[in-house]
Design a protein around this ligand. Structure first.
Ligand SMILES: C[S@@+](CC[C@H](N)C(=O)[O-])C[C@H]1O[C@@H](n2cnc3c(N)ncnc32)[C@H](O)[C@@H]1O
Ligand SMILES: O=C(O)C(=O)C[C@]1(C(=O)O)C=C[C@@H](O)C=C1
Length: 242
C-alpha cells in the first residue's frame, strides 16, 4: 500500500523550508501524482523518448531521480545494446527507497544509483538526460553551468528532457495558472491549509523560471532544437536536442 501525503495537513507552528527528507520520501508517489498536473503522462513520454533517442553503448541520466519513476520507465523502454542508466539524487532518504523500488522490477538494463549532487556529477557519452522537476530546486545561479555541462556530455542527436514548474511572464496569466493548479490540488483532496502551508514551505526552495527564460538559455548554451512538448497549467516539459 502506498502511503498518503498528509505532511501539511495539520497547522505547523514553525514552518521550515520544504526538503526531501524521509517523511517526503515515504509519501512521494502520492504527493507528486496529486501535486503535479500531467506527471504520469510525462513519465510515459520519457519512456517513449528513451525508445527513440537512446543510442547504443551510451549513458542515460536521470538527474534528481527521487524514487526512480523516470528511471524505471527509461529501463522498460530501452532496447539499444550496451546502455547504462545513471540515476542520481542527493537525498539519502530518496536513494534508499529508490534502491528498493528499482530492485522490485526485473531488468537486463544496468542501473547505477548514486547519492550525489548533480552539480558535481560528471556527465559523459550521454544520449538521454532527464531533469524531471529537478532544475527548479537548483540555485538559480548554478543552473546555466549545470545545463552547459549536460550539453557538453551529450552526444550529437542526444536529448535533454526538462520538466519544470513555470512562472508566466504575463502577471494575469500567471495568477490564472497558479489558481488552476490550486484547483487541481483541491480536486485531488488537498485542503486550503495543506495548499497554503506547502506553498510557503516551497517559496525559498522552488524558484521557477519562465518558459521563455528556459528556451533562451538552452539555445544560448548551444542546443540545436528546443521546444515545449507538454504543458498543463504552470507545469510542463521541454525537449532540447543537441
Ligand atoms: C520533484 S523531485 C523529482 C521527481 C523525480 N524526477 C520523478 O520523476 O519522480 C526533485 C528531486 O531532486 C532532488 N534534488 C534536488 N537538488 C538536487 C541536487 N543538487 N542533486 C541531486 N538531486 C537533487 C531532490 O532530492 C528530489 O528527490
Ligand atoms: O506542490 C507543489 O505546489 C509543487 O510545486 C509540486 C512539487 C514539484 O513541482 O516538485 C513540489 C514538491 C514535491 O516534490 C512535489 C511536487
Amino acid at each position: 500500500m502506498q502511503e498518503k501525503d498528509h505532511i501539511f495537513a495539520a497547522p505547523i507552528a514553525r514552518l521550515g523550508d520544504f526538503c526531501f527528507d524521509h517523511r517526503v520520501a515515504d509519501v512521494f508517489p502520492d504527493m507528486i501524482k496529486r501535486s503535479v498536473p500531467g506527471y504520469s503522462n510525462i513519465i510515459s513520454a520519457i519512456g517513449m523518448m528513451t525508445a527513440r533517442f537512446a543510442q547504443p553503448h551510451t549513458r542515460l541520466y536521470d538527474l534528481g531521480c527521487s524514487l526512480g519513476a523516470a528511471t524505471q520507465e527509461m529501463r522498460r523502454n530501452l532496447s539499444q545494446p550496451g546502455c547504462r542508466i545513471v540515476a542520481v539524487d542527493n537525498s539519502a532518504a530518496m536513494v534508499e527507497r529508490a534502491r528498493n523500488h528499482l530492485a522490485a522490477f526485473r531488468s537486463g538494463v544496468e542501473v547505477e544509483l548514486l547519492e550525489a549532487d548533480i552539480c558535481d556529477l560528471a556527465i559523459e557519452h550521454a544520449s538521454v538526460v532527464v531533469l524531471n522537476f529537478t532544475l527548479q530546486f537548483i540555485a538559480p545561479e548554478k543552473r546555466e553551468a549545470l545545463l552547459t555541462k549536460i550539453h557538453a556530455g551529450l552526444n550529437p542527436g542526444g536529448v535533454l528532457i526538462l520538466s519544470e514548474k513555470f512562472v508566466s511572464e504575463d502577471d494575469t496569466v500567471n495568477e490564472l495558472l497558479i489558481d488552476l493548479h490550486h484547483d487541481f490540488k483541491r480536486a485531488n483532496g488537498y485542503s486550503e491549509l495543506e495548499i497554503s502551508q506547502k506553498r510557503t514551505a516551497l517559496e525559498n526552495v522552488l524558484r521557477p523560471d519562465s518558459p521563455e527564460r528556459h528556451k533562451a538559455r538552452l539555445k544560448d548554451i548551444g542546443f540545436a532544437h528546443v521546444d515545449m512538448w507538454f504543458q498543463c497549467f504552470n507545469f510542463g516539459s521541454m525537449v532540447a536536442i543537441k
